[in-house]
Design a protein around this ligand. Sequence first.
Ligand code: GLN
Length: 475
Amino acid sequence: MQFSSYEDLRSQLFSKAITCEEVVRSYLERIDRHRDDNIYITVFHDAALERAKALDRKFQEGGVPGKLFGMPMAIKDNLAIKGARLTCASKMLGSYESVYDATSVLRLEAEDAIFLGKTNMDEFAMGSSNENSAFGNVPNPFDKTRVPGGSSGGSAAAVANDLAMVALGSDTGGSVRQPAGFCDIVGLKPTYGRISRYGLVAFASSFDQIGVLALNCDDAALVLGVMAGKDERDATSSSHEVPDYQAAMAGVSVEGLKIGVPSEFFHEGLNADVARIVKGKLHELRDQGAELIDITLPESDYAIAAYYILVTAEASSNLARFDGARYGYRSENSEDMAAMYVNSRSEGFGREVKRRIMLGTYVLSAGYYDTYYKKAQQVRRVFQDRYREALEKVDVIAGPTSPFPPFGIGDKTANPLEMYLADVFTVPASIVGMPAVSVPVGFDSLNLPVGMHLICNFFEEGKLLGIAKQMQRSL
Ligand code: GLN
C-alpha cells in the first residue's frame, strides 16, 4: 500500500476503500523488512495498531475525522512522547522513558495522526550523517554505502523508504533540510518560534526548530499548520497568526517571482553536478517567467565558524543536566560523587557530543568570551541584517542544499571540519531564524539526489512552500 500524498490516502479512507488498520499494517510490515537499516530506534507495533483501530471505530460511528486522520508518522527520537523511550540516540538516555508529551506531538495526535515509532539520529542532533548514533548507521535509500544525511537521518530515510508518510525532525543548522536533500524528499525548517519547542530535547535553544520531512510540499504545509502557533509552555514560541498555508501556497506564481541567487553559494568548491542541476532548475524557472537576481552575501564564509561557536556554547550549557544523578545513564563504579559525574558523562556521551561540550565551555570561559562568543553574536547580527536587506529586494534566496551529494559512510568521520561543511548552505537560515526548505530537483551522474535550498522572510512558510512546490512539480 503506497500513497502519493496524504490527500490520496485520505480520499481512500473516506471512500472506505481501505481502513486505518490496513494502512498501519502495511507500513509496519515495511518497517520490519527494513529492520537492518536502523531507521527506527523504537517501533510502536501494538500502540500504532490500537490507535488505528480506534480511529476506524470513531469514523464508523460518525465521528469527525481530524485534519491528519490516519496519517502514519515517524517522530525523531529527540521529541517526547509520554511513556515511550526517548533516547536522542545516546547511551546517556538509552533506557529513558519520557514522562510527558511534546506540544507538537499533542497537536498532531489531536488531529488523528498515528505514530509508528521513533527514528534514528545523530546523538543529541549533533552531526550531518547519522553516524554519531549509539544505535548504528542508517544507509542512504539510494545507495547503501552512503549516508542519509543528518542529524534527522532516520526521519528522512523513513519517508524516502515509505516507512512513514511524514516524519518530524529537528533542525538546528540544517538537520531537516540536509537529510531531505540527501534522500530526495521535502524538508522544511520553519521560522524560529513558529513551532513550540516544548518536549524537544534542547541542543542549541536559540537555533532549534522542529521541522517536517515529507514527500511533497502540500503534506509539509498541512502538518506545519497543525503544529504551528503559540504555546504557553514555550516562551520563545511566536504568537504571530498562523495563516492558511495551503491558500498562501496557491497564491504563489512563478511569473514575476524574484529569485535571489547569491554568488557566494556557487563558489569553486561546489560539486559540479550539484551546480549544474541547481542552476538548470533556476533557468527553467526563469524560462517560466521568474526573474533571477544576482545578489551577494559577503559574510557567508563566516557562517560555519559563528554557528559552531554559538551552538557549542548553548549545547555545553543545555547538556549540563545529564549528570548521572537525576535521570539517564549512571556509571556503576565510582568512588565518590565527583567521580560519578565524570564517569557518567565520560561513558554516556559519544565523541562528537564531548567535543562540542569542550568547545562550548572553552568559548564561554572568562578569558575567551569576548574573542569568540561575543564576536560570534555580533556576526549573527550582521547576518540578520544582510538577509533582511536581501529579502527586501527578492522574494526568495535560492541555492544548493548541500555542496556535495550524499557521501560515503566513514568518508568524513575522521575530519570534523569537513563534516561541518556539509551544512554550509543551511546554517545561515538558522543563524538568522528565517524559514527554509530543501526540495528535490534532480539526480547527479551517480543517480544520487540533489536538493534546492530556499529561504524566505520570517513567517513566510506558505510562500516558501508554494515556491518549492513549483520547483518540485516541473521535475
Ligand atoms: N549538522 C549540524 C550540526 O552538527 C546541524 C545539526 C542540526 O541541525 N541539529 O550541528
